[in-house]
Ligand binder design. Sequence first.
Ligand code: FES
Length: 117
Amino acid sequence: MSTKKYQWFKIANSQDELVFPAGNLLTVEVNRKKITLAKYKDTLYACAFACPHAGGIMADGNIDATGNIVCPIHRYRFNLQNGRNTSGEGYYLTTYPIEIREDGVYAGIVEKSFFNL
Ligand code: FES
């Protein structure tokens, strides 16, 4: 059982308010920190703003046909659900849970890692 404790931050009043560009990746601010939002097959995902390899801006990358986010710098791929480095270089991309609530869209940030976004 997970013992992660999240702080939840509202990122939009509704899903309609989140207007994605063609690549379905967007940078948003959560409590003054940038994170990446991704939309794949009508599901929202959230991950770190910067690539764990060398700091590529993940929202400048793309989502591949199987739902991995692809860094724009060296093309490393990460699973949007769990951050696993599916291209095999051994890195891990921090991901954040998204909740769609009646009053809006929320992202959960693990309290312990909050300052390491
Ligand atoms: S900076 Fe992202 S793969 Fe190198």
